[in-house]
Design a protein around this ligand. Structure first.
Ligand code: 5AD
Ligand code: FES
Length: 347
């Protein structure tokens, strides 16, 4: 199997059968071999820098009803909140002082934030912080809306595809949503000129190795600038409450594979990974990841942005997370970079 990793390292791709074989023959030894290669590729491209993104969870209202997600519309027990423009700008100000040069505005699909309101927020952030990148993560929008946000100054957009297998997509989402629309959004974003991020959950209900093979092939085809993957973690007030969580081990293995498939990709060690294991984010970095996304949301709304159970950092101020992560990264020989942290192709 080491041969397949060598081949992936050299050619950045495998056949579907080879991907499947590699994933299914995972072992601790094979993983270590993969992570060594992934770290080499990561260090060749980005050194030992870890890029930071300040995550601002600006609304937990959502018109969608994804079966895995704690802020799905049907969860009547979720206490809903929205941040005002002023509150969002306060988060940016605090984040800027802590060295953040990327702000990620993430939220549910919330009609309250009209195009007009979003354009005003994006413009103001870019005017106040011209040296910062603005990343949006607020779901599916029309081409025109994406374009208007881009023209207002948004630099990047995160939209996980969630699974590249249409049958599997149907089991995770209500019939009102489709994989085709999701993919079209990603291609639209790319065409407009955004740095684009897709991604999926590892170990989501009904996921098979074949689904993961499709995910890897889709990622190669789209060639996004960023890929966000983290373990699925059940939320007690969703239909998937009793499902099993994804594993650390498979998530790390896929991080390593994605690093070899897209050598220069921006790859976060996600909060979900830090939630299923106390050293999850450190292990993610050691498997090839190069980004962390600490929370800048006001502490009084943190607990309300619960996509899954037991999420970490619920009571921690932005500064605490910032320095906690700095210590964690230094403990494994890496350092936080206080730059925008653009994809290599954009530098
Ligand atoms: N477990 C892990 N990740 C989740 N997400 C949503 N719900 C869960 C969950 N229960 C992820 C989705 C979404 C991102 C913002 O959070 O992949 O795109
Ligand atoms: Fe939030 Fe460690 S990253 S407390």
């Amino acid at each position: 199997m080491n041969k397949l990793i060598d081949k992936l390292y050299e050619t950045c791709t495998l056949s579907p059968e080879e991907y499947k074989m590699l994933i299914d023959s995972r072992s601790p030894e094979l993983s270590e071999y993969l992570f060594e290669k992934a770290r080499k590729v990561r260090i060749d491209n980005y050194g030992k820098d870890v890029y930071i993104r300040g995550l601002i969870e600006f609304t937990n209202y959502c018109r969608n009803d994804c079966l895995y997600c704690g802020i799905r519309r049907s969860n009547l027990n979720a206490e809903r909140y929205r941040l005002s423009k002023e509150q969002i700008l306060d988060c940016c100000a605090a984040g800027y002082d802590l060295g953040f040069r990327t702000f990620v505005l993430q939220g549910g699909e919330d009609g309250y934030y009209t195009d007009e309101k979003m354009i005003d927020i994006i413009r103001t952030i870019k005017k106040n912080y011209p040296d910062c990148a603005v990343t949006l993560s607020m779901g599916e929008k029309s081409y025109e809306t994406y374009k208007a946000f881009y023209d207002a100054g948004a630099d990047r957009y995160l939209l996980r595809h969630e699974t590249a297998d249409a049958g599997h997509y149907g089991k995770l989402h209500p019939v009102t949503m489709s994989l085709e629309t999701r993919k079209q959004c990603l291609y639209n974003l790319k065409q407009i000129g955004y740095q684009v991020g897709c991604g999926f959950m590892v170990g989501s209900p009904f996921q098979t190795t074949d689904c993961l093979v499709e995910d890897l092939q889709f990622i190669k085809e789209l060639s996004p600038h960023m890929v966000g993957i983290g373990p699925f973690i059940p939320h007690h007030e969703t239909p998937f409450a009793d499902m099993k969580a994804g594993t650390l081990e498979l998530t790390l293995f896929l991080l390593g594979m994605i690093r070899l498939i897209l050598p220069t990709v921006l790859l976060p060690a996600t909060t979900a990974l830090g939630t299923i294991h106390p050293k999850g984010r450190e292990l993610g970095i050691l498997a090839g990841a190069n980004v962390v996304m600490p929370n800048l949301s006001p502490t009084n709304v943190r607990k309300k942005y619960m996509l899954y159970d037991n999420k970490i950092c619920m009571g921690d101020e932005a500064a605490e997370c910032r320095y906690c992560l700095q210590k964690r990264m230094e403990s494994i020989g890496y350092q936080i970079s206080v730059t925008r942290g653009d994809h290599k192709s954009v530098l």
